[in-house]
Design a binder for this molecule. Sequence first.
Ligand SMILES: Cc1cc2nc3c(=O)[nH]c(=O)nc-3n(C[C@H](O)[C@H](O)[C@H](O)COP(=O)(O)O)c2cc1C
Length: 184
Amino acid sequence: MPKANIVAISGSPSPQSRTRVVLEDVVQAVAERVDALVDVIDIGEIADLLGPTKLRPEAPAEIERLLQAVERSDLILAASPVYKGSYSGLFKHFIDMIDHRALEGRPVGLIATGGGDRHALVIEHQLRPLFGFFNARTLPTGVYVAESQHQGGHVVDPQVRARLDRLAVEAVAALSRSPVSAVA
Ligand SMILES: Cc1cc2nc3c(=O)[nH]c(=O)nc-3n(C[C@H](O)[C@H](O)[C@H](O)COP(=O)(O)O)c2cc1C
């Protein structure tokens, strides 16, 4: 089987990003289960290029390359910090430039981090509808990590850890088009 192309998008503009660390945890959980090439897009690292780009036709070559990587991927892992009850503005700005036809049927894992528990439904109320717009195939298990559930670069809450592993199993099943029960 050829290697799967996974694109992981970390939507935080912050250089010391908890979202990125959690995302890498999910990437590792998936990569342990499937042979994959992983491209991590860190919105904080491209913010200086992304911010001034109003629309895709004027996007610098590096932004265009990353957009094409998302559009050609086999699996997207999309992670954002909660900002004012939603995903970050720069994350949405990047997603806004993706071709509206390009993600049809694409498996997408949804991940968010927040300060507390109150905005855990950001996954269901904000991220899932965003990828629903593209007719993408969002994976059933979303992973929300509050600050208290994450310490020293790792998810410490066992229930969140179990959800993270469940998401990885669903991602692998989607890549191989197998039922989750055959992978778990
Ligand atoms: C501008 C801003 C807005 C935020 N809004 C919320 C919010 O509405 N709800 C929440 O739970 N946390 C909120 N937070 C906290 C972040 O979501 C949380 O610290 C997150 O884990 C940061 O991720 P990062 O380290 O990847 O940037 C906000 C933080 C910032 C900087």
